[in-house]
Design a binder for this molecule. Structure first.
Ligand code: MG
Length: 320
C-alpha cells in the first residue's frame, strides 16, 4: 500500500504550507523561506503514541488518534514558544485495514496542520502484526535564543497555568487544543522566563521545571483551576478534585514562570484561555503546598506513561 498511500498523502498535503522539498523524495528539504537560521533557532520535538496506552483505537478511531498525535507535538512546540513549520509522520500499522487506518490517521494530523498552517513534509509507513503505533516529529522556529526552557525560572517568579486541570481521561486527552496562540501572544509580550506543558500532571511537570531551574515550587492548592472533568472524576475515584488537577496527566496546558516585574501586564485570558497564578517558585528546593495550615511537602504524583530521553527514565503506569 505504501506507494499509493504516499501519492495520496502528497496530494492531500499539497494545500498546506510548503517547505522547499516535501513528501516524495528520500528526505525533505527545509529552506530559508521556512527558517532564517541567522535569526531563528530550529526547534525539534518528537512523540510516539500506541494503541492501548495513549488511545484505544476501537473506541476513539484512527482520526482522533492522529489528531492527538499532532496535538501533543504542537503542545511541546507551544511550551518552547515555537512557531510550527513542518511535521513528519511515521506509522506502524496493524495488517488488518492498514490502508484505511493510515488515511484516517493522516486526516487527523491534517486537521490540525490545516488549522495551524503547518506543512506535512514527509514520513514513513510500515505494516506489522502489532497494534497501531504512531510517531510524529515536529519542527518549529523561535527567535534566536528566544525559546522558553524549563530551566529559566527563578525564585520569586509566579507559577501560572493555562486553562483548567484534571480529569483529561474523560475526553480532553483526545480533544485538547495545543496552546500555540497563548504562547505566541506571550512571546510577543516577553513576560515568560520558563515553561513546560502538562503531560504527566501538574505536580510532576512543575517539579521538573523547578529541578531544572535549581529552585523549588510552592503551590496554593485552592488557587488551582480545577476542571469540570476533575470534579466528575472525584465523584467515583475516592480522590479529591484537586488531587486530579495535580496528578492526572495529559492536560496539555502550559505551566509558565512569570517574573514579578511582568505579572501586572499578564492578561487574565488570551483567546478565551484563562491564565491563573497558582503559586511561586521559591528558593527552597522541592514541591510544596501552602494553605491555611502552613507549608507542606507535596508528593509529586502523576501519570508517567513513558518519557523523553531528556526527561526521565520510562516508568510505566503510576497512581492510575
Ligand atoms: Mg512536554
Amino acid at each position: 500500500m505504501e506507494h499509493s498511500f504516499i501519492a495520496w498523502a502528497k496530494q492531500r498535503a499539497a494545500r498546506l504550507p510548503k517547505v522547499k522539498l516535501g513528501i516524495g523524495d528520500d528526505c525533505a528539504l527545509i529552506g530559508s523561506e521556512s527558517l532564517d537560521s541567522n535569526r531563528q533557532d530550529l526547534v525539534v520535538t518528537t512523540d510516539s503514541l500506541c494503541d492501548g496506552t495513549h488511545f484505544i483505537l476501537s473506541e476513539c478511531g484512527a482520526r482522533a488518534a492522529g489528531r492527538k498525535l499532532m496535538a501533543v507535538n504542537l503542545s511541546d512546540l507551544a511550551s518552547m514558544a515555537a512557531t510550527p513549520i513542518a511535521v513528519f509522520l511515521s506509522l506502524c500499522l496493524p495488517r488488518k485495514e492498514a490502508g484505511d487506518i493510515a488515511a484516517q490517521v493522516f486526516e487527523g494530523v491534517h486537521d490540525l496542520a490545516s488549522k495551524y498552517q503547518v506543512s506535512i513534509a514527509g514520513g514513513d509507513t510500515n505494516v506489522w502484526e502489532g497494534p497501531l503505533c504512531l510517531n510524529l516529529t515536529a519542527l518549529g522556529k523561535v527567535p534566536l535564543d528566544g525559546g522558553w526552557l524549563r530551566s529559566g525560572a527563578s525564585a520569586g517568579d509566579a507559577i501560572v497555568v493555562t486553562g483548567h486541570l484534571g480529569g483529561s481521561i474523560l475526553g480532553k486527552h483526545l480533544s485538547f487544543e495545543p496552546r500555540l496562540s497563548v504562547a505566541m501572544r506571550l512571546r510577543e509580550l516577553g513576560l515568560v522566563s520558563a515553561s513546560t506543558d502538562i503531560s504527566d500532571g501538574l505536580g510532576v511537570d512543575l517539579l521538573s521545571m523547578a529541578v531544572a531551574s535549581k529552585c523549588g515550587a510552592e503551590v496554593s492548592l485552592e488557587k488551582i483551576p480545577v476542571s469540570e472533568a476533575a470534579v466528575q472524576s472525584a465523584k467515583s475515584s475516592g480522590k479529591t478534585a484537586i488531587d486530579h488537577a495535580l496528578g492526572d496527566g495529559e492536560d496539555f496546558e502550559l505551566i509558565l514562570a512569570v517574573p514579578a516585574s511582568g505579572l501586572k501586564q499578564l492578561p487574565a485570558e488570551i483567546d478565551g484561555v484563562t491564565l491563573t497564578q497558582v503559586g511561586n517558585f521559591v528558593s527552597r528546593t522541592g514541591l510544596w503546598s501552602r494553605d491555611k495550615g502552613g507549608v507542606k511537602q507535596l508528593p509529586p504524583k502523576g501519570y508517567v506513561h513513558g518519557s523523553k530521553f531528556s526527561e526521565h527514565e520510562p516508568q510505566g503506569y503510576e497512581d492510575r
